[in-house]
Ligand binder design. Sequence first.
Ligand code: GLN
Length: 188
Amino acid sequence: MPAGVLALQGDFEAHILTLRRLGIDAVPVRTAGELAAVDALVLPGGESTTMLKLAGEEGLLEPLRGTIADGRPVLATCAGVVLLAREVEPRQRSLGLLDVAVLRNAYGRQIASAVVPLRVAPALGEPPAMEGVFIRAPRITRTGAGVEVLAWRDEDPVLVRQGTILAATFHPELTDDLRVHRLFAASL
Ligand code: GLN
């Protein structure tokens, strides 16, 4: 089965293109039926409040929760991390499956969006640095015991892994460094 990219809103096309560059069959997911037909899922960046609303209207929230809780591999970026986080500030509904707390829009407004050098863990391979594109990104303010940090912006965790969930507060689909998607693909 292909990998799916939640395509309700946001930059889902960039993820589809990145996965295809790695030779992975990637398709958009907009319904519970389409969700049931994929092996792995990307939750893209965008606007988490809008995505929540659209997913709710489509009856997708429970299927998403079930699919991810069952251990289907997930790559979440930016707004996708907000959707998965256990705690969201300012308070907002979420799937609550990733044991982190996030503060939305914590690195400043759209105008403060930036490309920032990151430090990455050996699990990502060489080099030990990576460029991270941050667009009104959430900041991870707490990580639970089962959460491994794989990249940092200064001292902040920006790429974390918890079981089959890989979550980046930046946008690896917007640079030519394919290592985050490759790590996700390794779980397929
Ligand atoms: N600010 C957005 C949110 O909290 C995330 C931004 C993004 O995905 N680029 O939903």
